[in-house]
Design a protein around this ligand. Structure first.
Ligand code: HEC
Length: 127
């Protein structure tokens, strides 16, 4: 055995896998970071902090910002997640802050689309 082998083996067996793992780990972190990196979508308004903290643990805040609901609707969504998705129970105070924020900022739009056309009189195209 040449005398330098142990050092080379040591490098190959220990150091480079560590570097490799590190590279893979940071690539992975970058990737998952991108998937969840939707910070800044939630409207900055009173109650923002608790919603940002409690409501983005399992999914992106996009799921919230693309939803609009009444207070009852938001309460139902929260109950549904608590009953089926392991969302923790909130204290009365926390839940009020969350619902206040959601109801204030993500209420149903009063009119989502233009009103239907009113056709008063049909006409016949002349040939
Ligand atoms: C413990 C995990 C968890 C937490 C924390 C959580 N959710 Fe969810 N939520 C889910 C899962 C799982 C879904 C279903 C995701 C899917 O359909 O892709 C979901 C779906 C949703 C939806 C879409 C519902 C629909 O009808 O499609 C909304 C809106 C929502 N969550 C809002 C919130 C709000 C607001 C909070 C904070 C109070 C919150 N989530 C916190 C797990 C969680």
């Amino acid at each position: 055995m040449p005398p330098r082998t142990p050092l080379a083996v040591c490098w190959l067996a220990i150091i480079s896998p560590l570097l490799g793992c590190h590279a893979i780990a940071s690539a992975y972190a970058g990737e998952t970071g991108n998937l969840r990196d939707t910070h800044g979508l939630l409207k900055s308004a009173p109650g923002y902090e608790i919603v940002q903290r409690e409501c983005t643990l399992c999914h992106s805040e996009k799921l919230i910002t693309q939803t609009r609901a009444s207070r009852d609707g938001w309460t139902e969504t929260i109950r549904w997640m608590q009953e089926t998705q392991n969302l923790r129970k909130f204290s009365v105070h926390e839940e009020k802050a969350i619902l206040d924020y959601l109801t204030e900022n993500y209420a149903p739009l009063s009119q989502g689309r233009r009103p239907p056309l009113m056709i008063r009189e049909w006409y016949v195209l002349e040939p």
